[in-house]
Design a protein around this ligand. Sequence first.
Ligand SMILES: NC(=O)c1ccc[n+]([C@@H]2O[C@H](COP(=O)([O-])OP(=O)(O)OC[C@H]3O[C@@H](n4cnc5c(N)ncnc54)[C@H](OP(=O)(O)O)[C@@H]3O)[C@@H](O)[C@H]2O)c1
Length: 290
Amino acid sequence: MGSALAEVLRDRGFEVITTLTGRSPRSTEYCERSGVAARKCLADVVSQADVIISTVTPDAAVAVASQVRREAARLDASLIYVDANSVSPQTIGRIADEFQDSNIQFVDAAIHGLASRLKTQGTIFASGSAAGVVSELFGTDVRVRILGGEPGNASLMKMTLGGMSKGIIGLFLQSSLLAQHVGMADEFCDELGHYYPDVLNFVERSLPTFGQHAARRAAEMRELEASLSVAGLPTGMAVELSRLFSALNESDMAAVCGRGVQPMSLKKLIELLSESRLSVITDRLAATVV
Ligand SMILES: NC(=O)c1ccc[n+]([C@@H]2O[C@H](COP(=O)([O-])OP(=O)(O)OC[C@H]3O[C@@H](n4cnc5c(N)ncnc54)[C@H](OP(=O)(O)O)[C@@H]3O)[C@@H](O)[C@H]2O)c1
């Protein structure tokens, strides 16, 4: 996602920098491909950037914010920090606390939609008093929706939309694998297309992307669980979705679908998912109520 955002920003005339210290060769490759200039260390980024956008893995969001706060304090730097990770409003609260009494203005942002379709189908939600900077940066090249002055609103929107889209996939997997179990997967897909064509269309586009994104989506479902728990709402659905996506990640679905998010016939995918080498998923589903 970082490189997709960087490409849009560079096209709009902004200089985009990062640091690759501690990063894998994959990140270096993405940076080179999207024309992002690498600085030697985080201190160089903090001293040179007007705006820092954090797109790391959800479980690294707080640690990265904390590193930036420490460097900014040491260098007496003023900047805007945008957390664009898929984290819960509670995690956003912890990040906002990091920046209290600092020279850093904090924006909660959350991205809905795949990186590969950022410009055509993505939305960046933003909230917090400096949220307007996201509109200034992305203009009309990416859909931006400002959700008020409170950090947490953008992340909550992402959690709710994410719960919907991932819940549909969980429900589809459970139903289709049951149909496959009795040899009726084809008939099930036909009927799904007859009664719920939009759902079938969405599943066909989304399910193959789990080969690449299952681990990240499992982490997102843990963040959704935290949000539901704080609101006093039942967490069971989020818990089971997180387990299910972890199982997909442990399976060889990535090898089957490829990391490049290749489109694949749904019927073929169901067939593959129900084969014994992917039985970790079916076993897990047997114990799952989504
Ligand atoms: N991809 C999407 O379509 C999409 C859609 C909506 C939202 N998002 C959100 O965008 C964020 C990034 O997602 P992604 O798909 O781009 O993930 P990704 O492909 O796994 O990339 C994560 C990047 O963060 C780096 N990173 C991990 N831990 C770090 C740390 N402690 N300090 C600094 N950098 C660290 C990784 O570096 P190394 O791996 O090299 O160590 C990698 O470059 C996530 O919060 C995700 O939920 C992504």
